[in-house]
Design a protein around this ligand. Sequence first.
Ligand SMILES: Cc1cc2nc3c(=O)[nH]c(=O)nc-3n(C[C@H](O)[C@H](O)[C@H](O)COP(=O)(O)O)c2cc1C
Length: 205
Amino acid sequence: MAQHDTPVKLLAIAGSARAGSLNRQLAEVAAHKARALGAAVTLVDLRALDLPLYDEDWAQQHGKPEGARRLRALFAEHDGLLLASPEYNALPTPLLINAFDWLSVVPAESGEGGLPGGTAVTAGKPVGLMAASPGALGGIRALPIVRTYLSTNFAMVVVPEQLGLPLADQHLGEPHALKDSKLDGMLDRVVAAVVRQARWRLQAA
Ligand SMILES: Cc1cc2nc3c(=O)[nH]c(=O)nc-3n(C[C@H](O)[C@H](O)[C@H](O)COP(=O)(O)O)c2cc1C
């Protein structure tokens, strides 16, 4: 049985890396809330992984990119994920899918310090889904796709609570909370569900 007071470690990822990204701001607010619940949170900038567009020929020539191994190592070191996914034409962004597609093909490495393969480091870990959009629907059309993608192919436990944040430019701007208290309460529930699930998983290990 693991120590009950072991702090859970979460990743926070936004599917957009642009300056001023609403989804990164949302991920940062979620990270703050998770820290307030005792979790340690690492924010991941997907652009900094410097991943090429997925290309099997590229991989044959160069091997799996270093950024994909870094993402694998990050998942291996953490217990769950807070994910803010923008919606592009009702789908998740290429940046997000490209990063996870690369992760999915990182092979297991044997020997001392060797890590499991890309989908083994995600398996069983909780993820809370969020989306921020300046539009009226808050990016909710892409979230079922992200849910299927992560639960089916990455065996992640996607918590039922989720948040689509409409008119996000009006609701973001404070570092610790959303300006609308009802939406802020929904975000609280997403974050709490992930922290709780990650804790259960650690305690059962
Ligand atoms: C190619 C493209 C397609 C988009 N499609 C949608 C969409 O289907 N639904 C939506 O709510 N917003 C859509 N948007 C607007 C994004 O929600 C908006 O650009 C948002 O700010 C992106 O997230 P970010 O601020 O985290 O970068 C689209 C934007 C782009 C560039």
